[in-house]
Design a protein around this ligand. Structure first.
Ligand code: NZQ
Ligand code: ZN
Length: 387
């Protein structure tokens, strides 16, 4: 096991009707907020009214900025920074999914910084200060509600880039599984792929003696594999929605990566896809991850055999252990297909005419990944395997 330090200060408030507590939680930090949200689902399904009521009851002044798009854009982040400066706002409340939360985090680091907020995303500046943010989560997927990450797309040049800092972990995250009843099946499935990917990016490591976190990863993966089909059958199943919602936070709050060298190549490879083609991040991962697995499994076949046996209940093939590893990869891909996700670029209507450019951009700061270090040629091969 590697040395590590782990601190996650996000207060999780979980359960039915918990969004009614948002006003009270907010007043711990401020009496004036920027309420940040997406394209309208919260208004359509009544979440917005409940949030406004709770904030009003607590005497919180609300300034709104909606319109965050999936794969959130830098231009709206800049608008948010201007509003916060002009109106002297010192707390941001994100009501939505990863896109809204990431946009809120970008605003939070941009307000106290005099330069261009994109500097952080290009790795030119380190985050030293950020406004506090709070979250009411509406889709379990990205794990941004308690993660160190924020991923933003700069329209010019189609760059999708991320930052990571403990300073942008939300102060609180309210998780009511009932709010996720209205998710379309496709978004539920995309969320599942993202949650699984966050676990697998940590699971596939060459660090030895990580029994505890291996088992935590396997348990969290199995929870998703069991409960997503239940939800797709019955969208208002509170218990299954609860399991998935909590799993999404656990998958990406840092705990499962403790003591391990994590990988993250599949995410880097995927971000080039959603950065250019504006597809859902989870769908992109469902195509990239199995291809990445096929490309790298020989680096540490035992890890893939363990994955196949423990996560997918594959029987060990004594005559041909490699077949066990390959069966685990196949079952991962089949699961993504079975829940309605694309598993090839073609199924997302993406041709391979820009893969060279994507592989170039993906590796412009050096090789990606750790399980196997991947250079431009490797990344290109993975895009071709995902074709
Ligand atoms: O915009 P609205 O109208 O609200 O609709 C959203 C959006 O279209 C809809 N939705 C959300 N909650 C709903 C709902 N529809 C009905 N009922 C509800 N309760 O779902 C759509 C997708 O929302 P989005 O926020 O884009 O989804 P997700 O949470 O998957 O976030 C994806 C973004 O997070 C980034 C991704 O790259 C992507 O940009 N990630 C962020 C990470 C982080 N900060 O730690 C890590 C991840 O790996 C990921 O990269
Ligand atoms: Zn992700």
């Amino acid at each position: 096991m590697e040395n590590f330090s782990f601190q996650n200060a996000t207060k999780i408030i979980f359960g039915r009707e918990t969004e009614k507590q948002v006003g009270k939680e907010t007043t711990e930090f401020s009496n004036k907020v920027l309420l940040h949200y997406g394209g309208g689902s919260i208004k359509k399904y009544g979440v917005y009214d409940k949030i406004i009521n709770s904030l009003n009851e607590a005497g919180v002044e609300v300034i709104e900025l909606g319109g965050v798009q999936p794969n959130p854009r830098l231009s709206l982040v800049k608008e948010g920074i201007e509003i916060c400066r002009k109106k002297d706002i010192d707390f941001i409340l994100a009501v939505g999914g990863g896109s809204v939360i990431d946009s809120a985090k970008a605003i939070a680091v941009g307000v106290p910084y005099e330069g261009d907020v994109w500097d952080f995303y290009m790795g030119k500046k380190e985050v030293k200060e950020a406004l506090p943010i709070g979250v009411v989560l509406t889709i379990p997927a990205a794990g941004s509600e308690s993660s160190v990450g924020s991923v933003i797309t700069k329209e010019e040049g189609e760059y999708k880039r991320s930052i990571g800092s403990n300073l942008i972990r939300p102060k609180f995250a309210i998780l009511n599984p009932e709010i996720t009843f209205t998710l379309p099946d496709y978004q539920t499935a995309c969320g599942a792929a993202d949650i699984m990917a966050h676990i697998m990016e940590r699971y596939f490591t060459n660090t030895d003696n990580v029994d505890l976190t291996d088992r935590l990863c396997e348990g969290t993966l199995k929870t998703i594999i069991k409960n997503i089909p239940i939800i797709l059958d019955e969208s208002k199943n509170y218990e299954a929605r609860s399991e998935v919602m909590w799993a999404s936070t656990i998958a990406h709050n840092g705990l499962l990566g403790t003591g391990r060298i994590e990988d993250w190549a599949s995410h880097d490879i995927e971000h080039e896809i959603s950065g250019i083609y504006d597809v859902a991040h989870g769908a992109g991962l469902a195509t990239v991850f199995p291809a990445w697995m096929k490309y790298v499994y020989k680096e540490n076949m035992n890890k893939f055999i363990q994955f196949a046996i423990r996560v997918w209940n594959v029987e060990f093939d004594f005559d041909n252990p490699e077949r066990t590893a390959l069966e685990g990869i196949q079952r991962t891909k089949d699961f993504f297909s079975s829940i309605g996700l694309p598993v090839t670029l073609e199924e997302m209507d993406i041709s391979d005419d820009r893969v060279e450019e994507m592989a170039e951009k993906c590796t412009e700061n050096g090789p990606v990944g750790n399980f196997k270090k991947l250079n431009k040629g490797d990344v290109l091969s993975i895009y071709k395997l995902a074709k």
